[in-house]
Design a protein around this ligand. Structure first.
Ligand SMILES: Nc1ncnc2c1ncn2[C@@H]1O[C@H](COP(=O)(O)OP(=O)(O)OP(=O)(O)O)[C@@H](O)[C@H]1O
Length: 291
């Protein structure tokens, strides 16, 4: 599939700068940094015999450092499975995943647990905050569990950027849904993870709050150089990303750079059409990691 290649674009805290447009040949991108995450020949098969489901059928994809990427595709196309394999939450059947320069396929449970704790941030649809802890205590919890002290300056910067400074002593039930999700984003950013994974992070939010949280994820990529990978069904959410990776029937089906609501909606409609998975690759598919 031509959406993937071994060339990666430059890491930049401003991935929009010099972004390759749709159809831009891969030779025009500069290779300076390894991707934050990549999958090679990734397969995942659930069940056996008649119950066998091929959730991933050989996915090759790179996620450039400092870029905000959305993973989209029809229901059952393998989005969550890909994200779970990339994040060390699920074990692929074959193929490899490299996260922040570490080959994670083959790591044992203990190493994977440590990797998820130290090198990955998660923002889920359900905010998953501990109700008895304050916002600040929730934000620092993963670091404290890891026996590490938070970097106070970084914590202050993140909470100021997310507009949480005057909410840090509040408990989750005293915060709005948007504020709770901002706490979850702050918690994910604090460890400076290789990748922040979002699983429908705006799924529980109204459209205004959703736009705010998406803006924050975008700024984390642009201003903090944070790599963000988000699974979503929502073309509006996906249009906040620098790049959309499209899956269909467990395979990569193309990608969109600088997506708009319209381009994402059109691409999804085309993928949902009968026989669309066989016509994969008909979308703009520059062969770089996106930025
Ligand atoms: N634990 C499991 N056991 C068996 N089959 C599974 C399991 N998890 C996922 N699948 C199957 O694998 C395929 C891909 O699932 P996955 O959840 O990755 O798709 P998705 O694109 O995220 O779907 P959705 O948009 O509906 O959330 C589906 O056919 C699904 O039913």
């Amino acid at each position: 599939m031509s959406t993937t290649a071994d060339s990666h674009s430059a890491h930049s805290t401003h991935p929009g700068a010099g972004a390759s447009g749709p159809g831009m040949p891969s030779s025009s991108t500069t290779t300076t940094t390894a991707p934050a995450a990549s999958a090679r020949a990734l397969t995942k098969t659930y069940g056996r015999g008649d119950a066998e489901v091929h959730a991933l059928r050989g996915v090759d994809v790179d996620f450039a450092a400092g870029a905000f990427t959305a993973i989209m595709g029809p229901s059952g196309s393998g989005k969550s499975t890909l994200m779970h394999c990339l994040a060390g939450l699920d074990t692929p059947t074959s193929g490899s995943v490299v996260l922040g320069g570490t080959e994670i396929t083959g790591l044992g449970d203990t190493a994977l647990t440590r990797l998820r704790r130290d090198r990955v941030g998660f923002v889920f649809q359900a905010f998953n905050l501990v109700p008895t802890l304050t916002a600040e205590q929730n934000i620092v919890l993963p670091l404290e569990l890891a026996g590490r002290k938070p970097d106070r300056a970084w914590l202050d910067e993140i909470t100021a950027t997310l507009g949480l400074t005057d909410r840090l002593k509040h408990r989750p039930h005293e915060l709005s849904g948007g504020q709770q999700q901002r706490v979850a984003v702050a918690r994910a950013l604090l460890t400076r993870p290789d990748v922040v994974f979002g699983d429908e992070p705006t799924g529980n939010l109204d459209s205004a709050t959703s736009a705010e949280v998406l803006g924050l994820l975008r700024r984390s990529a642009r201003e903090m150089g944070q790599t963000v990978i988000m699974v979503t069904h929502d073309p509006v959410a996906a249009s906040a990303a620098d790049r959309v990776v499209l899956l269909a029937d467990g395979r990569l089906a193309g990608e969109l750079l600088d997506p708009t609501v319209e381009s994402v909606t059109n691409a999804l409609a085309a993928l949902s059409a009968p026989g669309a998975a066989d016509a994969a690759g008909t979308f703009d598919a520059p062969a770089d990691g996106g930025r």
